[in-house]
Design a protein around this ligand. Structure first.
Ligand code: NAP
Length: 240
């Protein structure tokens, strides 16, 4: 399969790239910066898995950048089967509502909610082109969400993060309705608490294990039976 991953230079994004390559998929790794230091790991993977990995510059907060990234994928004449909206930020962590910086809250929405919206806006034609070209199964848009975006799990703190992920789950539900006839699966996935820059060292899960689980979901072409398409990385339903 041909899989596009955002925020691919570190954390879960980088693990998704590794898992996808190991499983023989073609991966388009989108990164906010092409600086050597930022993409060192990806360059090594590119050498190891010759012809399987393309590194694409894309800042999800910049619509022109997203548009150019979609054009860059189209120019390879490869098109796509799967988009994984993984890039996100977790800011204003332990602040009370009285302390919140509203500009930082807007920034969180710009990356975590509007980022995936921009990506789907410009990459949907790339998914559809693949479908037109050959009969493909298992096309999917995966939005990496969080249990922090579950209304029944609301806690005080992480205000912008939780709100952006609820809104992302709504994007999933809307796309699911819109893309029903295209047979493109749309799912929000809570990846678990992982050892990454965002999750910190105390996290119990390795991002590589989550990435392998997410690829298993993609490869199995999961049929969503429950009302909402919000799952954990093993495919179990999450509370809304
Ligand atoms: N870690 C956890 O425990 C946990 C738990 C629940 C959900 N999640 C979700 O899992 C996903 C991955 O998290 P993670 O732990 O891997 O996070 P991370 O280690 O902080 O990595 C975040 C990634 O997002 C990228 N990014 C940030 N702003 C961007 C922008 N404007 N344009 C493009 N890319 C941008 C970063 O790129 P730069 O390096 O350029 O900044 C980086 O590659 C996120 O959606 C997160 O909300 C994580």
């Amino acid at each position: 399969m041909k899989v596009f991953v955002t925020g691919a230079n570190r954390g879960l994004g980088l693990s998704l790239v590794k898992s996808g390559l190991e499983r023989g998929h073609i991966i388009f790794a989108a990164v906010r910066s092409l600086a050597d230091k930022q993409i060192d790991d990806l360059q090594q993977l590119k050498d190891k898995y010759e012809g399987q990995l393309r590194i694409i510059h894309m800042d999800v907060t910049n619509e022109k950048s997203v548009e150019h990234a979609a054009e860059a994928v189209k120019l390879t004449d490869q098109y796509l089967d799967v988009i994984i909206n993984n890039a996100a930020i977790l800011n204003e962590r332990d602040k009370t509502i009285e302390e919140l910086d509203i500009h930082a809250c807007l920034q969180a929405f710009d990356v975590n909610t509007l980022g995936p919206l921009r990506v789907v806006k410009h990459f949907l034609p790339v998914l559809r082109m693949e479908r037109q070209r050959k009969k493909v199964n298992n096309q999917a848009i995966i939005n990496i969400s969080s249990e922090a975006g579950s209304l029944s799990n609301a806690y005080s703190g992480d205000y912008p993060y939780g709100m952006t992920k609820v809104a992302l789950n709504m994007l999933t539900e809307k796309l699911k309705v819109y893309l029903k006839d295209d047979q493109i699966n749309v799912i929000s996935i809570h990846p678990g608490w992982m050892k990454t820059d965002m999750g910190g060292n105390n996290a119990p899960k390795l991002p590589k294990d989550t990435a392998d689980n997410i690829f298993a979901i993609i490869e199995n072409g999961l049929e969503i039976e429950q009302r909402f398409a919000f799952l954990d990385d093993t495919g179990n339903p999450m509370d809304i």
